[in-house]
Design a protein around this ligand. Structure first.
Ligand SMILES: N#Cc1c(-c2ccc3ccn(Cc4ccc(CN5CCOCC5)cc4)c3c2)n[nH]c1N
Length: 236
């Protein structure tokens, strides 16, 4: 999978050189390209923002630098014919976006090319979303009902959630199945050695070697934890 990121803070994405994401890049499973939006701003001061038309607090990101950056990426995308299924999907993190879920991560993991447009300030001029929404595929996505300062942290979260689902990225693909949200439930509690620690014993069933009983206990634990912490996940 090719992933392009456009941001005024490229340094945020150094985090994706670490751990599993870094190994996936080294092995060619993920081709991550980070673009500094300011390099697409042609004035002397590399201006990417301006005051909001109609008034209001803060600044809004200008459309021209975004168009130059996105046009460059789309032109460079293999087989990027507008509307074709392999045309890149452009994701703009946004407080006003559809909420990112594990189901969306699975859906996006099948894409050949994703582009993340990281806004800052009060956001990006609406005409960027309109322009690229008419020319191709655009989704505004939020990682949750809280306010961040920009799209970088959200993009890193989504890239990790999507990247770890790609074949070969996670060592044991079985571990992807028994995770929270993968089957609609929260994951069961996990234990390791020692069998007793500060007087706290691992549940006896986990030491029994009876795998049917262990699986049943784990499923019941998932249900109980989901009922207690996230009853909304059990709504039909
Ligand atoms: N994904 C995700 C996000 C983001 C996110 C994503 C992208 C950008 C780009 C700029 N920002 C800052 C910003 C914050 C708040 C607002 C709303 N305004 C409404 C009018 O009153 C002022 C405030 C706008 C822009 C971003 C935040 N926040 N939370 C998520 N889950």
């Amino acid at each position: 999978m090719r992933i392009d990121v456009v941001t005024i803070f490229p340094g945020y994405f150094d985090a994706l050189e670490l751990s599993l994401m870094g190994k996936a890049r080294d092995r060619g499973l993920i081709d991550l390209r980070v673009h500094d939006l300011r390099e697409s701003a042609n004035d002397k001061h590399r201006t990417v923002d301006d005051t909001p038309t109609g008034g209001g607090a803060g600044m809004v990101m200008k459309p021209e630098p975004w168009a130059q950056a996105l046009d460059g990426i789309l032109a460079d995308s293999v087989g990027a014919e507008p509307g074709e299924s392999d045309e890149p999907l452009i994701i703009f993190p946004s407080p006003a976006g559809e909420v990112f879920t594990q189901a969306m991560a699975r859906e996006l993991a099948s894409e050949a090319h994703l582009v993340f447009g990281c806004g800052r300030y009060e956001g990006i001029d609406q005409r960027v979303f309109d322009e690229y929404g008419e020319r191709g595929r655009v989704r505004l996505v939020s990682i949750g009902d809280y306010v961040l300062n920009g799209g970088e942290v959200a993009s890193i979260a989504m890239i990790e959630a999507i990247g770890r689902l790609l074949p070969g990225v996670v060592g044991n693909p079985d571990s992807l199945v028994e995770e929270s949200h993968e089957d609609g439930l929260l994951e069961y509690p996990s234990y390791t050695k020692p069998a007793e620690w500060r007087g706290r014993r691992v549940p006896d069933v986990l030491l029994s070697g009876n795998h049917a009983a262990i699986n049943a206990w784990r499923h019941e634990q998932s249900l109980e934890r989901t009922r207690r912490v996230r009853p909304d996940l059990l709504d039909d």
